[in-house]
Each structure stands twice: as structure tokens, then as C-alpha cells.
Design a protein around this ligand. Structure first.
Ligand SMILES: NC(=O)c1ccc[n+]([C@@H]2O[C@H](COP(=O)([O-])OP(=O)(O)OC[C@H]3O[C@@H](n4cnc5c(N)ncnc54)[C@H](OP(=O)(O)O)[C@@H]3O)[C@@H](O)[C@H]2O)c1
Length: 280
């Protein structure tokens, strides 16, 4: 059965890889969105009427409304929403530029919130739908100089986990994608960087510089990620995982994190439990 997929941020990276894959699938109607739709010309050779290319800055509510109206008028409801658009920010907690941090929250968190809330009524009505939210391994595990980026992705994780519990009996699936480093524009042009100025933070400068220099040399392959996402959503609906780390570093880090936390929680079990009142 043909499904309508809407993806945000399809100019480069994961979004472009997924749009390219979906544009070649017979069972897909593709709504490829980008802030600058002229960047979607790469889809032209694959377009035989099954692709809509629309302008969408996810921070602009009027554009969200207009995109959904256009899709609705043309094809009806959206079956799969991929909240992919996202940016990064490197800087220490103390010295980061908070206006840039707010812009990152506007894209990574509020954009995802607004779009998801806009598609949910139709998904509930049709008792079916899939929401794929791009988190990061940085939504589970934190590195220095990325505190605010982590804050956006932990927010996406917490909201998605809760949303999944609210909508699972309504026929709607929610899946979090948690990549480690992938060859996209994220670590380069899509992440603003503020090098530390205070001498106390100088040892952290090299972490930011190494990430900037490592852009486009990461282990992760966006085409492989796109194939995995398509296969999961299309063929493994029944077992769709809530959390899907992508890349070996991501899955290793996720495992280490949960194992270390389990040990720490168990070590303090009696202390933690002692904060309750005795039962009446
Ligand atoms: N690559 C990694 O290593 C990695 C790891 C973990 C998670 N992620 C996540 O993966 C997702 C996709 O990023 P990527 O790695 O593919 O990086 P990317 O190549 O830089 O792509 C980011 C996309 O987001 C779009 N975008 C930025 N601001 C937007 C806005 N206000 N409205 C709509 N679109 C906007 C960009 O569009 P423009 O071209 O207009 O800027 C671009 O299409 C992000 O959520 C990111 O946090 C990436």
C-alpha cells in the first residue's frame, strides 16, 4: 500500500539520503521539505508525480500549516512523519551564546513539537501513523561542550517516550533514531562553535576543533541509515523499536551507559528507597 512520507530538512545529510531512497520506491508518495526548496533539484530525475517539494522552515508555524494543507489537498493524510531537521552547537555551558542555543531549541525541539502536534489529529483519526524523531546518541549520553545540544535531544527523547505511551493503543508508532557520527553537514556548517576563552576551559578547545575537522570523515553512512529507517517503518511495523541507535559507536555507548547506570542505581538501592515513608 502506498504511504505518504513527510521529511523535514531534506537539503543535505540524513534527510537527503532518505528522500533519495524514498523517491525510488513504488510504495511511497514523498513530501520532501527544506528551508530552500531549490536545494531539492536532486530529486528531479526521480520525480514522476509522486514527489512534492515544499518550503518548510520548522520554526515557522505558518509554513507548517501551509505544507500540511498542500499535502492534504493533494494526497490526504500523512502516514509517516520524519522529524529530521536539526542543528548542533559546540561550546561550554558557561560560555555558550544563548541566542544560538535558543535557535537550536527552536529547530530541534519546538519545530518537532509543532509538526508532530499538527499531524497527530489525522493519525488518530485514521488509527495509523508513524512518527520518526531524530534524536542522537547525544540524547542518551553526554559529552563536554555539547550540553545544550544534549538538552535538545534529551528533550526529544523524553517527549517521544511519553508520546509513544499515549498513542500506542491508537495505532500510532513512535521511533527515536539515535545516530553516532555520520557523514553529513551536522558537525560542519550545521553546528555553530564557540571556542572557550577562559583558561580553565582551554583543555576542551581541542574536542571542539577535532569535531569540526572530523566533519565528513565520520564512520556512519547516511545511505545505510536511510535504508534501515525505510525497512523498519515499512516491513517491521510490529516490532518497531522505540529507540534505535545507529552506528557501532552509538550502540556500544548506549549499552555502556545503561549498564553503568544499572550498577550505580543498584549500589544506592537501599539509600534511594529509604526516602519513602513507611506504608500506612
Ligand atoms: N550527522 C550526525 O553525526 C548526527 C548524529 C546524531 C544525530 N544527528 C541528527 O540528525 C539530524 C539531521 O542532521 P544531519 O546529520 O543530516 O545534518 P545536516 O546535513 O546538517 O542536515 C541538517 C538539515 O536540517 C535542516 N535545517 C536546519 N535548520 C532548519 C530549520 N529551521 N527548518 C528546517 N530545516 C532545517 C538543514 O537545512 P538547511 O540546508 O537549510 O540548513 C538540513 O537539511 C539532526 O536532527 C541531527 O541532530 C546527526
Amino acid at each position: 500500500m502506498t504511504k505518504t512520507w513527510l521529511i523535514t530538512g531534506t537539503s543535505t545529510g540524513f534527510g537527503r539520503a532518505l528522500a533519495t531512497l524514498l523517491a525510488q520506491k513504488e510504495d511511497v508518495r514523498l513530501v520532501a521539505t527544506a528551508r530552500h526548496p531549490e536545494q531539492l533539484d536532486y530529486l528531479t530525475p526521480m520525480d514522476h508525480g509522486q514527489i512534492l517539494r515544499l518550503a518548510l522552515d520548522v520554526t515557522q508555524l505558518d509554513q507548517i500549516k501551509s505544507v500540511l494543507k498542500t499535502v492534504h489537498d493533494r494526497w490526504g493524510n500523512i502516514d509517516v512523519l520524519v522529524n529530521n531537521a536539526g542543528i548542533g552547537y559546540f561550546g561550554t555551558f558557561e560560555e555558550s551564546d544563548l541566542s544560538a542555543v535558543q535557535q537550536m531549541f527552536a529547530v530541534n525541539v519546538w519545530g518537532l513539537i509543532h509538526l508532530t502536534r499538527a499531524v497527530l489529529p489525522e493519525m488518530r483519526q485514521q488509527h495509523a501513523g508513524t512518527i520518526v524523531n531524530f534524536s542522537s546518541i547525544g540524547g542518551l549520553y553526554s559529552f563536554p561542550t555539547l550540553s545544550y545540544y544534549h538538552a535538545t535531544k534529551y528533550a526529544v527523547e523524553g517527549m517521544s517516550e511519553s508520546l509513544e505511551k499515549e498513542v500506542r493503543d491508537l495505532g500510532i508508532k513512535v521511533m527515536l533514531i539515535e545516530p553516532s557520527g555520520f557523514r553529513t553537514d551536522w558537525a560542519g556548517r550545521s553546528s555553530q562553535k564557540t571556542l572557550p576563552t577562559h583558561p580553565d576551559y582551554q583543555p576542551l578547545a581541542s574536542f571542539i576543533q577535532d569535531n569540526a575537522q572530523g566533519a565528513h570523515h565520520e564512520a556512519g553512512d547516511p545511505q545505510a541509515a536511510a535504508q534501515i529507517i525505510y525497512d523498519q517503518v515499512t516491513h517491521h511495523q510490529a516490532e518497531l523499536p522505540l529507540r534505535l541507535p545507529l552506528g557501532e559507536f552509538a550502540v556500544k555507548t548506549a549499552l555502556q551507559k545503561v549498564q553503568a547506570e544499572a550498577v550505580a542505581f543498584k549500589a544506592n538501592y537501599e539509600l534511594s528507597a529509604s526516602a519513602d515513608r513507611p506504608l500506612d
